[in-house]
Design a protein. Structure first.
Length: 263
């Protein structure tokens, strides 16, 4: 009788894999979860949430974790809870064969603070995602106030890019554009106290130095507008009285239209 040793070897290998897999599953079912390891990447200047707070949030969702069989730990429920936390992004959850529950996440980096027309306050992060303000720790951020109808909802910058109807009713993309340019310039970071949105939904900059206001208009061509004003500051107004003007208007092409104070 001829024996096909090659085929027999393959069958034996498959049986061995099945046996070892079943054995591993059986062994893992007896392993309890004994530790929760949380790694939170905080790249912002100030921590808005701690690993301890995340651990408390996870243990509070009601699913068995520490002391429970590792196979019974509900990863989906934990992942869902982390996904709904507005202070973190990119959370991942997995368990190991030796009974560890491992969680990784990144803290969102606050970028601007918005106080809307009704007085409601919230933050927007570097990705254009809205975040709640925190009573205990609110970092110093660029402030936008005035006739802003935005609220703390699910509107994000990425959503506006694919939803034209929503984009037409939102100022979030323009706010982000203004804030992004100001942040790139040390001069404007130091000069702009906060940004006001007027009745026409145009931006007005409130400077730290000088008693004037800066009429920026819409966010379009903001780089050209503020570069033009920076030259005017350095070559003209810097040699005069900074409190000479009530308004500096940048809404007209290639111009800085000044309105002087009437004494």
């Amino acid at each position: 009788m001829n024996i096909n040793w090659k085929k027999s070897g393959i069958v034996a290998a498959i049986l061995a894999i099945v046996f070892l897999t079943a054995f591993a599953i059986e062994q893992q079912s007896e392993v309890t979860c004994w530790v929760m390891e949380i790694k939170l990447d905080v790249s912002a200047e100030e921590a808005l949430i701690t690993e301890r707070q995340l651990e408390k949030e996870i243990t509070g969702i009601g699913t068995p974790i520490i002391g429970a069989p590792i196979n019974d730990v509900n990863l989906y429920k934990i992942q869902t809870a982390l996904n709904s936390n507005p202070l973190i992004k990119n959370p991942t959850v997995h368990k190991t064969v030796d009974g560890k529950l491992k969680i990784n996440a990144e803290q969102r980096v606050p970028f601007v603070r918005i106080i809307n027309v009704e007085g409601g306050s919230f933050l927007v992060d570097k990705d254009g995602v809205k975040m709640p303000t925190l009573s205990s720790r609110n970092p110093r951020l660029m402030l936008f106030t005035g006739r802003i109808n935005e609220s703390l909802d699910g509107t994000t910058l990425s959503l506006l890019k694919v939803n034209e109807e929503l984009r037409e009713s939102s100022l979030l993309d323009e706010i982000f554009q203004v804030a992004t340019f100001i942040e790139t310039s040390d001069f404007w970071v130091n000069q702009v106290e906060h940004v006001y949105v007027n009745e026409e939904k145009e931006f007005e900059l409130v400077p730290r130095v000088g008693s004037h206001k800066i009429l920026l208009g819409v966010s379009e061509n903001i780089e050209d507008k503020l570069n033009r004003l920076e030259v005017f500051y350095k070559e003209t107004i810097g040699k005069q009285n900074w409190n000479k003007y009530t308004t500096l208007d940048l809404r007209f092409k290639d111009q800085v239209v000044c309105k002087e104070i009437n004494y």
